[in-house]
Write a protein that binds this ligand. Structure first.
Ligand code: CA
Length: 229
């Protein structure tokens, strides 16, 4: 399911590092896209919001730190997970990066294993719907690796949109989301769909969940939530 795959943006100007990082990310099952400057990175982020950014410090047009503060100052992208990748190992640089809002910091040279585990930890922390572990609620379990849903241990048929919706709800249980929030979070900001389409997909999701349909609650005049209570 390519649409559902985690995309990581690499902002780096050293070809050898791009190659190593690209390979490492692919091995870990993520898709990645590499750009060489902060301006290309900003363009990419506007066009196709990635789930995480690996950001080099020293870039040809301006410093990675400048891009980081631009991201953090942007209403739409301020929560984008960012890991700074840099050859600088001095303590004050690290502090500057974290002060500007970097979520984590990796000093070159780093091992592929270290990179992978830092990314996993950050994705788990920032966007649980992109984690790779089994998600459950009552009799329902969703496996993000095989993209399948089980009800009482039996695999069920579920459409792609309903799958994404369920995954989002499972990642944020007991929280109410409005139709427009669900559109933004599940379908992405760049998709034009009417809000009532959300209702159609919620109906289909409930139908797919059969006996467990009551997990998806309607919160009158607000929206929907997943709750076991
Ligand atoms: Ca560089």
């Amino acid at each position: 399911m390519a649409v559902d795959q985690t995309t990581i943006l690499i902002v780096e100007d050293e070809p050898a590092i791009i190659e190593l990082v690209t390979f490492t990310l692919r091995e870990a099952g993520w898709s990645s896209y590499a750009v060489h400057s902060t301006s290309e990175a900003w363009e990419f982020i506007q066009r196709r919001t990635p789930q995480l950014v690996l950001l080099d410090w020293m870039l040809p047009d301006q410093s990675g730190l400048r891009l980081l503060s631009r991201i953090r100052g942007d209403r739409q992208h301020q929560h984008l997970p960012v890991i700074m990748l840099t050859a600088k190992s001095m303590e004050e640089d690290k502090i500057a990066g974290l002060d500007q809002g970097a979520d984590d910091y990796i000093t070159k040279p780093f091992s592929p294993r270290e990179l992978t585990s830092r990314i996993k930890a950050l994705l788990r922390r920032k966007s649980p719907e992109h984690a790779q572990s089994l998600m459950t609620a009552g009799p329902v379990s969703l496996d993000p690796v095989s993209c399948t849903v089980q009800l009482n241990g039996q695999k069920i048929d579920i459409g792609h949109a309903e799958y994404k919706l369920l995954k989002f709800f499972l990642a944020h249980p007991d929280r109410v989301f409005s139709r427009s929030q669900l559109l933004d979070k599940v379908w992405g900001d760049h998709v034009v769909i009417e809000e009532r389409t959300v209702d159609v997909h919620v109906l289909r999701l409930r139908k797919a969940l059969k006996d467990a349909e009551s997990l998806i609650r309607t919160v009158r005049s607000v929206g929907y939530m997943l709750s076991e209570k």
